[in-house]
Ligand binder design. Structure first.
Ligand code: SAM
Length: 259
């Protein structure tokens, strides 16, 4: 169990090159994507209730049963739903080469809150984002992010960088014809920004969102060649970053569905 508990921490995940998934929904997501967990640990009650999931496990997955107390001790949540999975990091999708960036990328500057990051990954996958570039901030493989992403982290390639590394990638993406779009909150700082519905979303795009408190760092903002804003009432200064991402990312999807 100590080995599974170690996966709650970045060091454990780094050393074991694995991540911990908790709950039936994530088991379903793993099987849907034909990934090969190293271990499934479940209570006897969970095994009895989910014979179809057990039958779908790859032959290489080790199946262990344990009483709820043991499972609770290995889990990072209070109610892990009777099942845990250990997934090798090698199962996660590979990002594209820097020299060949995809057509729709979400880039995030120092996202701190695991719930926000997971929600952003989920929305990004729903909106057709092909890759996520992260400058510092929360670890996308920590259990809270994986849960909040509802499994999107299993499908969406994520590149982790520092601020300079992201700046360099944005520059390279611009040189390869991608528009780099900074998001800015309404107000005096948004003088050069257009409402998001006026952006040409058909162009290959890197959309850049900022930290929950500080917003987008000046050095990264300077790498953008467009600015968009979501206009709203001045009674609030800004939207939650994960809330702001939804209309922005889904606008591109909406246009693609329009006749
Ligand atoms: C909570 S806001 C940061 C507020 C910060 N005080 C500032 O001035 O940027 C976090 C991020 O959400 C996005 N965001 C929030 N509200 C937005 C809006 N109305 N339009 C565009 N982006 C927004 C931006 O990416 C912003 O950097």
């Amino acid at each position: 169990m100590a080995r599974l508990r170690a996966l709650h921490q970045p060091r454990g995940r780094r050393e074991q090159q694995a991540l911990l998934l908790e709950g039936t929904h994530l088991v379903q997501e793993v099987l849907k994507r034909s990934l090969e967990p190293a271990l499934l640990l479940a209570t006897p009650a969970w095994c009895e209730a989910h014979p179809e999931l057990l039958a779908a496990l790859p032959a290489a997955t080790v199946l262990r049963t344990a009483v709820p107390e043991v499972l609770d001790a290995a889990a990072s949540t209070r109610s892990p739903d009777g099942v845990l999975l250990e997934l090798p990091a090698a199962c996660l999708p590979e990002p594209r080469r820097e020299a060949d960036p995809p057509d729709f990328v979400l880039a995030l500057d120092r996202l701190q809150d695991p719930g926000n990051l997971g929600t952003l990954l989920r929305t990004a996958l729903a909106a057709g984002v092909e890759e996520v570039w992260l400058a510092d901030g929360a670890d996308p493989l920590q259990p809270k992010v994986v849960r909040a992403s509802s499994g999107a982290v299993l499908a969406l390639p994520v590149v982790r960088l520092d601020g300079d590394g992201l700046g360099q990638r944005l520059r390279a993406a611009r040189q390869r014809g991608r528009q780099v779009v900074a998001t800015v909150v309404p107000g005096p700082g948004a003088a050069g920004a257009v409402p998001y519905w006026q952006l040409d979303w058909s162009a290959p795009t890197v959309l850049l969102l900022g930290n929950e408190g500080a917003g987008l760092g000046a050095a990264l903002a300077a790498e953008a060649d467009r600015q968009v804003t979501i206009p709203h009432s001045p009674l609030v200064e800004s939207l939650n970053v994960a809330v702001a991402a939804a209309p922005l990312l889904l606008e591109r999807w909406r246009r693609r569905q329009a006749p």
